[in-house]
Design a protein around this ligand. Structure first.
Ligand code: ATP
Ligand code: MG
Length: 379
């Protein structure tokens, strides 16, 4: 997969950007508040249809304008295709080759992206939500059908919660039918997450060992709280039956509270260092290395399993890492052969990821100007 051209119109503070990225590194340099993250966000939004920073869709549209448009031309399995997304009036519309996308599967069609941002630390420090969405992003990259499957689950969950809020008047048989659907969809989510973790966790642990500079090993684990020890081997019907049973057991409580308290939407990913919770004990630097270990593992895993590298977006990551870990990351990027977009306030921090064909961009007040392809930026 390769991005051949990117066009951005009225996205955040970027009125108009047109560029042909390098097949390897494209580096956007600029001072604070100029639009570097906005440029990455435009690309992230194009590739995921989700904003990089939490918030409402309307925030993406440049002030004083009605709609934003991001278009990318990709080379995918030897064929070129153009996807674009328009945001306006609080909604988004996706297009493939200039026509409304018939489905999201059709829209994504093999485009995948892994982003590194300073906010990623939330994955360790934050609550289960942050870790779940982190996990699910990786599952989606690895198993594109997961998009549809997770929506099915979300729909079933919403319906069940609505019924629960209607309270005890709801007929038991009616609720049972919903539980059946929810348990089946939930079992699929469990199985996908489990499959991803089986591939990813050993890689992430190994990557962490090489960058963590600590003798303590890391573990990354996923184990739904209500399931017993046989989670690793249980087949999908068994997982569905177990979820159905838990839903049943908690029905009284769920009816009182008006929401479903068990299922994949309530799970967590555990990250430990030396056998202890990373959230409670890991230092800032160790937390960064834990996230970095995961992301690099995700990239390597995608390449091994799918045969291609995702597009990598790194927002101001070098300023967050110590020189040694930064050097590790930059040389990893240079060696990986991946197509990478980096932003920085200081080009010298990311020079390790630059090569002959690096495209240097300068970003100033929403204007993005190409400064040429060379191993280091001109003064
Ligand atoms: N919808 C919008 N319309 C116009 N401008 C916006 C919009 N959303 C954000 N901005 C502006 O974009 C600018 C921030 O851009 P961005 O976050 O890309 O900066 P940056 O170059 O990454 O800076 P830093 O180095 O501090 O991270 C701010 O000045 C902000 O006011
Ligand atoms: Mg920024």
């Amino acid at each position: 997969m390769r991005l051949l051209a990117l066009q951005v119109q009225d996205f955040r503070n970027l009125p108009q950007v047109q560029l042909s990225p390098s097949p390897h590194s494209t580096i956007a340099v600029g001072q604070n508040g100029q639009g570097k993250t906005n440029l990455l966000e435009a690309l992230y939004f194009l590739a995921t249809l989700k904003p990089l920073r939490a918030g409402r869709l309307s925030e993406l549209v440049r002030w004083g304008t009605k709609s934003a448009l991001v278009t990318g031309r990709f080379l995918l399995k030897g064929a070129e295709r153009e996807i674009s997304v328009e945001v306006g009036g609080g909604t988004r519309q996706a297009f493939v080759d200039g026509k409304k996308a018939p489905s999201l599967e059709e829209y994504f069609g093999g485009v995948s992206v892994v982003a590194f941002t300073p906010d990623d630390l939330e994955v360790i420090k934050g609550g289960p939500d942050a870790r779940r969405s982190f996990l699910d992003r990786a599952v989606f990259n690895r198993f594109p059908a997961f998009l549809r499957e997770s929506r099915e689950y979300a729909r079933a969950l919403k319906n069940r919660n609505r019924l629960l809020r209607e309270g005890h008047a709801v007929e038991a048989a009616y609720l049972e039918a919903y539980d059946e659907t929810l348990a089946k969809a939930g079992a699929r989510i469990y199985a996908r997450r489990r499959a991803l973790m089986a591939e990813l966790a050993p890689r992430a642990q190994a990557t962490f060992a090489s960058i963590g500079r600590t003798v303590d090993p890391a573990t990354y684990g996923y184990h739904p709280s209500h399931l017993g020890g046989d989670f690793a081997t249980a087949d999908e019907p068994t997982l569905a039956a177990a979820l159905r049973e838990s839903l049943n057991e908690r029905l009284r409580r769920d009816l009182d509270r008006g929401f479903t308290s068990v299922g994949p939407h309530a799970d967590d990913v555990s990250v430990t260092l030396g056998g202890r919770s990373a959230r409670a004990y890991a230092s800032q630097g160790q937390q960064r290395a834990l996230v970095l270990g995961w992301k690099i593992a995700e990239i390597e895993n995608l390449e091994a399993a799918m045969g291609f590298l995702p597009l990598l977006l790194l927002d101001d990551v070098s300023s967050e890492l110590d020189p040694e870990r930064n050097a590790y990351l930059m040389s990893y990027l240079a060696k990986s052969g991946a197509q990478v977009f980096l932003t920085t306030t200081d080009g010298s921090l990311v020079r390790g990821a630059a090569a002959e064909d690096t495209l240097w961009l300068s970003v100033h007040a929403g204007e993005v100007v190409a400064r040429g392809t060379e191993a280091s930026p001109s003064p």
